[in-house]
Design a protein around this ligand. Structure first.
Ligand SMILES: Nc1ncnc2c1ncn2[C@@H]1O[C@H](COP(=O)(O)OP(=O)(O)OP(=O)(O)O)[C@@H](O)[C@H]1O
Length: 256
């Protein structure tokens, strides 16, 4: 196994409340790893620690073998670790396509001197960004609404657009936080299909927090179950669903 994310014996408390408890996980490069657990288990806190929105009290976090524990979120982003919905939300008054074109950092068009002295270069880069944005909008199935204002898209279409914005970056690892919430089943099917394709065809690794078990079952292997801030079990969805400890944690002792 080649881990792309490693969380090593991480602890995090808020005031007196210990939320992450000597927690260690590994996410294998090229996997779609799921993370589930009862409410309050610490899933979002762990995501915040991995993405850099929070700093651990102790322990280490590695990306592709490199220690990132002390790096701020934007430095982690530039290393290819991306949390969806971390990029600013869509610009409602711009079209879906323009929203994708806004994503690439350091566009030459934004550099004043480049605009003055190298207009040809700026135009070429803009053409390239536009070509890529058109490819991406096809990929996420939003070609038919590419010229609609992003603010007029449905909630599910906005999530597809967000996934598209992820693809405009050079992300290697994407943290998906409860993306199924509020998305209708048809669009959710599209979203899952696109995540699978990004994984298979473009080598993205995903770490997914999700309450929607259908989505976990279709996409994720392995699945990590977090309880009280540390890993309770890890395995395939079938192993997880048969595990008496997991059943107990979710449904109480009566169900075990
Ligand atoms: N900034 C904070 N300050 C104080 N307590 C916090 C903070 N963030 C989270 N907590 C507490 O930490 C615990 C774990 O929260 P967290 O959101 O990580 O759990 P979760 O597994 O993501 O839960 P859910 O499935 O309900 O989203 C909860 O008891 C929560 O109240």
């Amino acid at each position: 196994m080649t881990p792309i994310i490693e969380v090593q014996r991480v602890n995090k408390a808020f005031g007196g409340l210990k939320v992450i408890n000597d927690c260690s996980i590994q996410v294998e490069k090229g996997s779609i790893t799921g993370m589930i657990g009862p409410n309050g288990a610490g899933k979002s806190t762990l995501f915040n620690l991995i993405a850099g929105a929070l700093t651990p009290d102790s322990g280490h976090i590695l990306l592709d073998g490199e220690e990132i524990t002390a790096l701020p979120a934007d430095a982690r982003f530039h290393k290819g670790l991306l949390r969806t919905f971390q990029i600013a939300h869509e610009f409602g008054q711009m079209s879906a396509l323009e929203n994708l074109m806004m994503v690439p950092p350091h566009q030459a068009g934004e550099r004043l001197f480049a605009t003055w002295f190298k207009p040809g270069l700026v135009r070429r880069e803009e053409d390239e960004v536009r070509r890529r944005a058109l490819e991406v909008i096809d990929f996420v199935g939003l070609h038919h609404v590419r010229n609609e204002l992003a603010g007029n898209l449905s909630g599910g279409q906005k999530k597809l657009l967000e996934l598209g914005r992820t693809m405009m970056t050079d992300a290697k690892v994407v943290l998906l936080d409860e993306i199924a919430a509020g998305v209708n089943r048809t669009l959710l099917g599209d979203l899952m299909g696109n995540i699978e394709r990004l994984n298979r065809e473009m080598g993205y690794t995903f770490l997914v927090i999700e309450h929607d078990m259908e989505m976990i079952a279709r996409l994720c292997d392995p699945v990590i179950v977090l309880a009280q801030g540390s890993v309770m079990v890890e395995g395939s969805i079938d192993e997880i669903q048969r595990n008496p400890e997991v059943i107990e944690a979710y449904f109480g002792s009566d169900a075990a």
